[in-house]
Write a new protein. Structure first.
Length: 159
């Protein structure tokens, strides 16, 4: 399956991919109801610097459409970056998310991000298993959310 960094020209394809997600998948990704993306949200998701904010997309080998997105975004301090992943319903359970998270970990290491975090709904067992398999560990649980953390191997954060 082809994987590449997202580009600013991917806005329409990203919106199309979002519109194909079931309400359950949208809820799992955004931790609440998310019936649509605004133009501003689409711009935020595609107009990125590939340094502090990275996003990789997996493409359908048949039609080239976006089937999954994995991203990290770091705060100004760059002490950590938060991970978010969305996999289209037809592609879930096929290893797409796991493959993307591994490539995202490589990008985080290349960019010197020392630690990745993720906040997942407690009932999102698929994502929790995928992240645990990728080396994320539970750091805290509250209000139906599980926060996970994973150091990024080979990074050298400046003191």
């Amino acid at each position: 399956m082809p994987v590449r960094p997202i580009a600013s020209s991917d806005g329409p394809a990203l919106l199309s991919a979002f519109n194909r997600l079931s309400p359950e998948t949208r809820h799992a990704r955004f931790a609440g109801a998310k019936p649509r993306l605004t133009k501003g949200e689409v711009a935020y998701f595609v107009d990125i610097d590939h340094h502090d904010h990275e996003a990789l997309i997996a493409l359908d080998p048949d039609d080239g459409g976006i089937v999954a997105v994995a991203r990290f975004a770091s705060e100004a301090s760059r002490a950590e970056a938060e991970v978010a992943i969305a996999v289209g319903d037809a592609w879930q359970g096929r290893g797409v998310g796991s493959a993307l998270i591994e490539q995202l970990l490589e990008r985080a290491e290349q960019e010197g991000v020392p630690q990745l975090t993720a906040s997942v709904l407690a009932d999102n067992t698929r994502s929790l298993r995928m992240l645990a398999h990728a080396g994320f560990e539970v750091s805290e649980q509250h209000w139906g959310m599980i926060n996970m953390v994973r150091p990024v191997a080979g990074t050298h954060a400046e003191a």
